[in-house]
Design a protein around this ligand. Structure first.
Ligand code: 5GP
Length: 115
């Protein structure tokens, strides 16, 4: 895969509003937030899309969800609730081809049936 802007953010070559980082995961605020809280939870390893996740990466994917859970609590939106989204490829409106989990909340979201 060709490198995306997220690889540069992960290497701290481009600025981002980082809210969490460990050796496997970085989470930073979306540059074009769709809600008061909009954080992207990103594995440092380059995985292009959900289609490219390997079975041996299941634990990493679980950590993405648990990291989002922690950030939601830290941001004070856990009780009211939030949405976690992976967009995949064209029909999923994926724009950046480095796997990322959207954490979106901080206001009442609309249903996704017509999204
Ligand atoms: P996708 O549509 O691929 O699921 O979502 C990509 C997200 O990355 C979009 O919500 C977009 O606003 C965000 N994004 C794109 N470029 C940058 C950037 O340079 N920095 C940050 N923080 N977010 C970005």
């Amino acid at each position: 895969m060709s490198e995306t802007i997220f690889s540069k953010i992960i290497r701290h070559e481009l600025p981002a509003d980082v809210v969490y980082e460990d050796n496997e995961i970085m989470a930073f605020r979306d540059i074009n937030p769709q809600a008061p809280v909009h954080v992207l939870v990103v594995p440092k390893v380059e995985i292009e899309t959900v289609n490219d996740i390997k079975p041996e990466q299941a634990e990493l994917i679980g950590k993405l969800v648990l990291t989002a859970q922690k950030i939601a609590a830290d941001e004070g939106i856990a009780e009211d609730g939030y949405r976690l989204v992976f967009n995949c490829n064209r029909h999923g409106c994926q724009e950046v081809f480095h796997l990322h989990l959207h954490l979106i909340g901080g206001r009442q979201l609309r249903g996704i049936s017509a999204a």
